[in-house]
Design a protein around this ligand. Structure first.
Ligand SMILES: Nc1ncnc2c1ncn2[C@@H]1O[C@H](COP(=O)(O)OP(=O)(O)OP(=O)(O)O)[C@@H](O)[C@H]1O
Ligand SMILES: [Mg+2]
Length: 258
């Protein structure tokens, strides 16, 4: 079953002729239930633009997008807000936790916004925090815990309402390598359980090696795809190989951020 189908997505920024930026030039993408897909591409290739469109944060200039059976472009206002709240989960590079709320309150946000009964909220929040080893930190504030714990809290918040699709933009970008590994193993476990569908944008070949499948984009177009067949280590080598071919062919794949 397809969770996401995008056909011919185009995004043009600007309105002045001569000053238009063609950020997406016809992207086709299909993601099945339970898949873990990574998007890689050089700086400025359109990754964030694509993610923002998939997230309903921005409208495409052309093309079609269907997520969990809903034609996203047709939605606006409250219907769009409801769709995003119920069907999507987000993990950002800089965690985006609210400093004035405890970790448990941050995780509860998607449910509270949906006015779910307090008892149900408590049960879901406790369950998801326990699975990420955050039970001891529930009452703490984001500034009282480590970056890794903050990011695990952000992942807990992204999945607590069992969204159809989790969208992550450089989720390991601000983590040390041990915390990044924990986060990626969390994604891999959610994925192995079969019910969570994850789309992750990353510059990092190690992060990408945890996915099933990679879509490489360049100049707003898909220019290569890679599917994992063997072990993660073997997939990592294949990714490096693909990136080195692209480097030789002049595509700059170096990360923009450290
Ligand atoms: N709001 C905007 N207005 C005009 N141009 C934009 C806007 N947002 C992005 N762009 C341009 O669209 C292109 C794609 O940008 P985007 O942010 O999607 O790239 P990216 O692949 O996420 O890059 P990075 O790896 O640096 O995060 C770039 O040329 C960028 O300058
Ligand atoms: Mg980006």
């Amino acid at each position: 079953m397809a969770v996401l189908t995008a056909n011919g997505l185009v995004k043009i920024y600007g309105s002045e002729p001569g000053a238009l930026v063609h950020a997406l030039n016809g992207i086709d993408l299909a993601i099945e239930l339970g898949e873990f897909v990574a998007i890689m591409g050089p700086s400025g290739s359109g990754k964030t633009t694509l993610l923002n469109i998939l997230a309903g944060l921005d409208k495409p200039s052309g093309g079609q997008l269907v997520i969990d059976g809903e034609p996203v472009q047709a939605l606006s206002g409250d219907a769009l807000a409801l769709f995003r709240r119920r069907k999507l989960g987000f993990v950002f590079q800089d965690f985006n936790l609210l400093d004035t709320l405890t970790l448990a309150e941050n995780v509860a946000l998607p449910l509270a916004l949906d006015r779910r009964p307090a008892r149900e909220v408590r049960k879901l929040v406790e369950g998801v925090m326990a699975r990420f080893g955050l039970e001891e930190s529930q009452g703490r504030y984001p500034y009282e815990v480590s970056g890794g714990q903050q990011q695990r809290t952000a992942v807990a918040r992204a999945i607590v309402h069992q969204p159809a699709l989790v969208l992550a933009d450089e989720p390991t970008g601000n983590l040390d390598s041990a915390s990044a590994r924990t986060l990626l193993e969390t994604f891999a476990t959610l994925h192995a359980e079969g019910s969570t569908t994850i789309l992750m944008v990353t510059h990092d070949p190690i992060a990408a090696s945890y996915s099933d499948r990679i879509v490489f984009i360049q100049d707003g177009k898909v220019y290569s795809r890679l599917e994992r067949e063997g072990t993660r280590e073997a997939f990592f080598q294949e990714i490096l190989h693909t990136l080195s071919i692209l480097e030789v062919s002049g595509v700059d794949i170096r990360p923009t951020r450290p």
